[in-house]
Unconditional design. Structure first.
Length: 299
């Protein structure tokens, strides 16, 4: 049974885009995934996104993706939303992943803009519609042109919002002006997908976050959100500024790399990375340790 949602917050407010833990020999660590999921929900997450970019989805198999969804749902699905990444640059493959995620018990789907092929807006419209038509699960779009090469234009977002199962957008576009117009015109639940812009996006109508730094600072993100909702702008700004070293440190290089390093520093499941991602060098780990400490993270 999924947690209770509302049209305004279909997946809750604070979600972490969870890494995929691996064993020392590089296999899927399902026990570690369940322990990490429980830790993150205990810390205050309303939901978890699995099989996203931070979950190393480009290098996990379809079978591993389904196993991971099932394991995380079994661990925390009665008290947190489990949103499964189902987007690729192949619409037919994305449809297959959506069905598999549904069958594994996911509560919702995350569908990223098709990457590398750079389709036109009509192609994006048909791609996302095909995914949304495939199951009865609610869908969160994921707009990240820095990785995909193509933005979802505001007009396309507005058209997609007419679909009854496309209910939200994860915004990593980095454009507050476009976000403002898209939020106002589409009515979608808007989630920040760029931790540095969590507070600014709340100010223009976002309802919450899909965070990477949530792996280490979920309670602080929750406090920032609560302060904003209570109208305490000064408190929200204070927390945002306190977290600036964490926002910066966790993205000095690729976010999965630093996140798994941070989890290792805290004794939490993460494990190695799959190529082409590689572990931090010792001096980079030292810098990450300083960044996290400067942001108040206990190691």
């Amino acid at each position: 049974m999924a947690p209770t949602s509302t049209p305004q917050t279909p997946f809750g407010r604070v979600l972490t885009a969870m890494v995929t833990p691996f064993t020392a020999d590089g296999d899927l660590d399902l026990d570690g995934a369940q322990r990490l999921a429980a830790h993150l929900v205990d810390a205050g997450n309303d939901g978890l996104v699995v099989n996203g970019t931070t979950g190393e989805s480009p290098t996990t198999s379809d079978a591993e993706k389904a196993q991971l969804v099932r394991a995380v749902v079994d661990a925390v699905g009665d008290r947190a939303f489990v949103v499964a990444g189902a987007g690729t640059n192949d619409t037919r493959h994305s449809v297959e992943l959506a069905r598999a995620a549904r069958d594994a018990g996911a509560h919702g789907l995350l569908a990223v803009t098709p990457y590398y092929s750079k389709p036109p807006q009509e192609g994006l419209l048909r791609h996302f519609t095909a995914i949304a038509d495939t199951t009865d699960l609610p869908v969160m779009l994921y707009d990240i042109p820095g990785r995909s090469g193509v933005p979802i234009n505001t007009e396309t977002i507005v058209r997609l919002a007419e679909h009854p199962r496309i209910v939200a957008n994860k915004d990593a576009k980095g454009d507050l002006g476009r976000a403002s117009w898209a939020i106002a015109r589409s009515g979608l639940a808007w989630y920040s997908g760029d931790d540095m812009l969590n507070l600014p996006l709340l100010s223009v109508g976002a309802v919450g976050f899909v965070s990477v730094v949530g792996h280490v600072v979920t309670p602080e993100l929750r406090s920032l959100l609560d302060a904003h909702l209570a109208g305490d702008v000064a408190k929200a700004t204070e927390i945002h500024q306190k977290l600036l070293p964490v926002f910066t440190g966790m993205f000095r290089t690729q976010g999965v790399i630093t996140t798994k390093a941070a989890l290792g520093l805290q004794g939490l499941p993460g494990g190695p990375l799959r190529l082409p991602l590689v572990e931090l060098a010792p001096e980079e780990t030292e810098q990450l340790t300083r960044d996290l400490a400067a942001g108040g993270v206990q190691l």
